[in-house]
Write a protein that binds this ligand. Structure first.
Ligand SMILES: Nc1ncnc2c1ncn2[C@@H]1O[C@H](COP(=O)(O)OP(=O)(O)OP(=O)(O)O)[C@@H](O)[C@H]1O
Length: 241
């Protein structure tokens, strides 16, 4: 059920989803404004991926009302590249325009892989593969990106690089995003608004309000981090500023 509305790219009201009698989402209300980055946090099993799948149109058993822009793309934790297509072929998937080649080259350049179009997915590192997955999403110039732990499988250094890349791409393209993440710092670095899922509901919504680009030592970062960890019932640790 996709509809296009002026101010926002996704809206959900009273969304519920159960699995075999267990209620996972118990009345979710959510709006994603045009160009807004929302991070969705919550304990393991709290229903983050379930909510993302509903918004992506991948779950027809949810109830409630929701509308999302049809101009959307999904990035998962695993790259999901087709192994029998070269990198460029993966990026161009679903793009039939005459200028597909040009757009593919541009998308690959934007993610720092200008020279890897002829490579096979098996020849790429995990970080490179995830860059291709992002290029594949970007090439369609989506209004909304739905990302499910997109950097979750990467090592710490690659994760930092990908977060910086995401921030740059978002600033350049202005897409809205729903970013499911376990990483509290990632959420604060990248999002305009943080939603904490708990007990099947949005337990807390926090507007970040820090200047961009952000760093973990930005003023206000530590306080927000502590607040978020408390909401997630994680001890902040003795040495956290
Ligand atoms: N297809 C399914 N069939 C049965 N139960 C499911 C299904 N998908 C999700 N669940 C259950 O719904 C709950 C929420 O799962 P979901 O994957 O949305 O959580 P999550 O917050 O994304 O967790 P994680 O952070 O561990 O990825 C879990 O208890 C899970 O077992």
């Amino acid at each position: 059920m996709a509809a296009r509305t002026a101010g926002h790219v996704a809206e959900a009201a009273g969304v519920r989803r159960s699995f075999g009698g267990t209620v996972v989402l118990d009345g979710i209300d959510l709006t994603i404004e045009r160009g807004q980055v929302i991070a969705l946090l919550g304990a393991s099993g709290s229903g983050k991926s379930t909510l993302l799948r509903i918004l992506a149109g991948l779950d027809d058993e949810a109830t409630g009302t929701f509308t999302t822009t049809s101009s959307q793309a999904v990035v998962f934790q695993e790259h999901r590249l087709l192994p029998w297509k070269r990198v460029a072929g993966n990026v161009a998937l679903g793009v039939r325009a005459e200028d597909a080649g040009e757009r593919t080259a541009r998308a690959l350049a934007e993610v720092g892989l200008a020279d890897r179009g002829r490579a096979w997915p098996a020849e790429l590192s995990g970080g490179q593969s995830q860059r291709v997955a992002i290029a594949r999403a970007l090439i369609r110039e989506p209004e909304l990106l739905l990302l499910d732990e997109p950097f979750g499988a990467l090592d710490a250094l690659n994760r930092l690089k990908m977060q910086a890349l995401f921030d740059r791409l978002q600033a350049a393209h202005g897409f809205a995003a729903l970013l499911v993440t376990h990483d509290v710092e990632e959420a604060i670095l990248l999002a305009d608004r943080l939603l904490v899922l708990d007990g099947g509901r949005i337990a807390e919504a926090i507007d970040v309000g820090l200047e961009r680009p952000r760093a973990v030592d930005s003023p206000g970062f530590g306080a927000l981090r502590r607040r978020l960890l408390a909401l997630l019932h994680v001890p902040a640790g003795p040495d956290e500023g």
